[in-house]
Write a protein that binds this ligand. Structure first.
Ligand SMILES: [Zn+2]
Length: 470
């Protein structure tokens, strides 16, 4: 395209800004089966979404849909989006496709929840284009950001929520590739393997246990005492007969250190060495993974995960445990600005990505079809933005309690969540305000994976005041 052509192209795209499309009504009313599929996919166990008895006694008085499902109801499902000449967003998308910007990723989602949706609600949306960026050179490729604003109403015409959404439409194959980055870093030499453990007759049971997916603790068959590292003879009863017990995999961090220098190429960094006290009582030198080293703390509950740095080596390492879901709701006065939430790892599996995409009726191929995702320039399928919203909602409500009300959820995506990675969520309370007798708490959220920040954002929660029963 010449400069004049691209200016004309941009003018055409921007002619759609500010125009609203016609209302589109959801194919199905808000309903329990879709809520249940969503909660299953997100492993969100908040009873106000699925437990009739609890929900009736709750602040809602009945079952409600997870607020982060706001834009799920009007998703089209597995039928091609037809071209609609009356919809400004449809025209802008078609123009971008026509100019070669055929790939798409969502980058920002800002939800505002005016009222929780209930089974039976019939949701309609009205969407308008709010911005089209100049052509940008992003890591994914050359593209334009397209921003839309959507208003959601129910069958009575009551506005129940709003969403600002931003996507990047880009030309596949114009981004930076990993191999180009590796050449720049001079990292094309094969990486040395991690040092091998020394395995003796007395420790063989431990290492073969790891291959079998078990963390084994040596146990005296005479008196039952547990030992780690393994001993030749029991120091309590003097017996030589040693067996083992399989550890539950739960423990706490007793101590830790972060060796920084010299950096060894056979190790993954950040690298944290931890001494973990298992719930059986023995301690184990291991690595603490899937957490920012600055957030590691003595006493932190951790769980076992088996990692294979290379095909011939299995190592027992530990990551933070998923925090327990609160069964009662925090009061406004119980929360302090600066308070940090316990970190929560989310193992990213193909199942989670696909289940989340389908539960949100998002059939973009990059979220479920690996071959097509690769064809579009991605290394694998990746998580859709609605799943990320759902996981943020789950994490925050698990901390605040089942009847904390989400007023909004504003997120921005960075590094994609691919299978075989872990996203660790962290959050902190950044503000507290009182507004007409309501206690509002703002929480900043971050979810990071191996490549960097997957999600950053904020949410505002309404919490009960002291003495107010929930
Ligand atoms: Zn013994």
């Amino acid at each position: 395209m010449t400069e004049a052509d691209s200016a004309a192209f941009l003018d055409e795209l921007r002619s759609h800004i500010g125009r609203a499309g016609k209302p589109e009504t959801a194919r199905d009313r808000v309903n329990q089966p879709m809520i249940r599929h969503w909660c299953d996919a997100m492993t969100d166990h908040n009873p106000v979404y699925t437990d009739e008895e609890f929900a009736v006694r709750s602040v809602h008085g009945r079952i409600v849909a997870p607020p982060s499902m706001l834009n799920v109801w009007t998703m089209r499902g597995n039928i091609p989006r037809r071209f609609d000449p009356d919809a400004p967003s449809s025209l802008a998308l078609a123009a971008l496709d026509g100019a070669g910007y055929t790939s798409v990723v969502a980058t920002n989602s800002e939800h505002e929840y005016l009222r929780y949706l209930r089974p039976g609600d019939e949701i309609s949306e009205v969407q308008s284009v709010t911005d089209v960026s100049d052509e940008k050179h992003t890591a994914l490729g050359l593209g334009h950001f397209l921003s839309t604003a959507t208003e959601y109403s129910n069958q009575e015409g009551e506005v129940v929520g709003r969403m600002n959404f931003r996507i990047l439409k880009f030309k596949p194959g114009t981004g930076r590739t990993d191999s180009a980055e590796n050449e720049e870093n001079g990292e094309d030499e094969p990486r040395p393997l991690r040092p091998r453990p020394g395995i003796s007759r007395d420790t063989e049971f431990f290492w073969s246990g790891l291959e079998a997916g078990e963390l084994r603790i040596q146990q005296c068959t005479g008196c039952g005492r547990l030992y780690h590292p393994p001993m030749v003879r029991c120091t309590d009863c003097g017996g030589y007969e040693m067996g083992y017990q399989v550890a539950s995999g739960k423990g706490t961090i007793y101590s830790f250190v972060e060796p920084c220098y010299p950096k060894l190429r056979s190790f993954d960094y950040p690298y944290v060495v931890g001494l973990v006290e298992l719930e059986e009582g023995t301690r184990l030198v291991t690595n603490i993974v899937d957490i920012d080293p600055d957030k590691v703390a003595v006493g932190m509950p951790v769980e076992l995960v088996m990692r294979k740095p290379d095909p011939d080596l299995t190592l027992p390492v530990f990551r933070p445990q998923r925090p327990q879901r609160r069964e009662t709701t925090l009061c406004f006065d119980e929360i302090e600005v600066g308070e940090e939430l316990a970190p929560c790892p989310v193992p990213i599996t193909a199942t989670l990505i696909v289940a989340g995409a389908i539960a949100s009726r998002d059939y973009q191929d990059v979220h479920h079809d690996r071959d097509l995702a690769i064809e579009r320039g991605s290394p694998d399928i990746f998580m859709n933005i609605l799943t990320t919203s759902g996981l943020c909602g789950r994490y925050i409500n698990d901390w605040a309690g089942p009847e904390a009300l989400m007023r909004n959820l504003k997120i921005r995506l960075g590094a994609p969540n691919y299978p075989h990675d872990t996203m660790t969520m962290s959050a902190s309370v950044v503000a507290k305000t009182e507004e007409s007798g309501k206690g509002l708490v703002e929480v900043a959220i971050r979810g990071y994976n191996r490549s960097g920040d997957h999600v950053t954002g904020t949410t505002v929660l309404e919490l009960p005041m002291e003495g107010e029963s929930r």
